[in-house]
Design a protein around this ligand. Structure first.
Ligand code: PGA
Length: 266
């Protein structure tokens, strides 16, 4: 006689494996179309497995990329505003992003925290609005070099999680993807070693476990970001708590980006 597993087991033990590119403020309209078309064709031909490929592009590209994506590569935005709509000249809402065909949105990238003074409280608002509009937040956390050196980084990361995300219900938290991006590794060519990254990912998953329980912690995808490239990706992705990557510079080169996707096993 077979004992059947509780129905939630499959869902809870399967974490999505995701490689998301973050183009930042690069590529004009024609360049974006051209790079994205290359990426879609290469992913179509070369991807083996169920890794999810995402490109988070500047707003001007989103609608066109969605037309070209054929569902092969998902589209994300790099930010959204914290209010639903209204007199906020120059801003873009979560609903607008959704209407352009996006499924993802980066929330709390360290460049937004640093250059636009985005606080954990503000990011919590953006997260709630993203979820309300059926967007998956790629919620970024990470410590600066100073915080790494003075040893306060676990506290910093814990605070970012608590204030940014831990106000969510269990059902909503299950829809979040976390990206750990040590600020000292972003765009610097310095990468966290696989062991350093694994330590932090384990810590993050454990904090989720304390707050929401083991099932939800085990179901949460946690991506690594910071100078990830085709040479170091496989070793980083082989760590047990690393479920993929958020890729800046290397996502601007189709070959590099697709090789990073291929370095992620199911
Ligand atoms: P990088 O950027 O890969 O160029 O270091 C990562 C990021 O900022 O998301």
């Amino acid at each position: 006689m077979f004992l059947s597993l509780p129905s939630h087991i499959d869902t809870f033990n399967m974490r999505n494996k995701i490689v998301a590119g973050n183009w930042k403020m690069n590529l004009d309209y024609a360049e974006g179309i051209s790079l994205f078309s290359e990426i879609v064709n290469m992913v179509k031909d070369e991807r083996k497995g169920s890794q999810i490929a995402v490109i988070c592009a500047p707003f001007i590209h989103l609608n066109s990329l969605n037309q070209l994506s054929a569902g092969v590569v998902k589209i994300g935005a790099q930010n959204c505003h914290q209010m639903e709509s209204g007199a906020y000249t120059g801003e873009i809402s979560a609903q607008m992003i959704k209407s352009a065909g996006c499924e993802y949105v980066i929330i709390g990238h360290s460049e937004r925290r640093q250059y636009f003074a985005e606080t954990n409280e503000l990011l919590a608002q953006k997260t709630i609005l993203s979820l309300k509009n059926q967007l998956t937040p790629l919620f970024c956390i990470g410590e600066t070099l100073e915080e790494r050196n003075d040893g306060s980084y676990f506290e910093v990361l814990k605070k970012q999680l608590q204030e940014g995300l831990f106000n969510l219900s269990k059902a909503d938290f299950l829809k979040i993807v976390i990206a750990y991006e040590p600020v000292w590794a972003i765009g610097t060519g310095l990468t966290a070693s696989p062991a350093q990254a694994q330590d932090i990912h384990f810590f993050i998953r454990n904090e989720i476990k304390i707050k929401y329980g083991a099932d939800i912690a085990n179901a949460t995808s946690i991506l690594y970001g910071g100078s990830c490239n085709p040479k170091n990706a496989a070793e980083l992705f082989a760590q047990s708590d690393i479920d993929g990557g958020l890729i800046g510079g290397a996502s601007l080169k189709s070959r590099d980006f697709v090789d990073i996707i291929k370095a992620l096993n199911d």
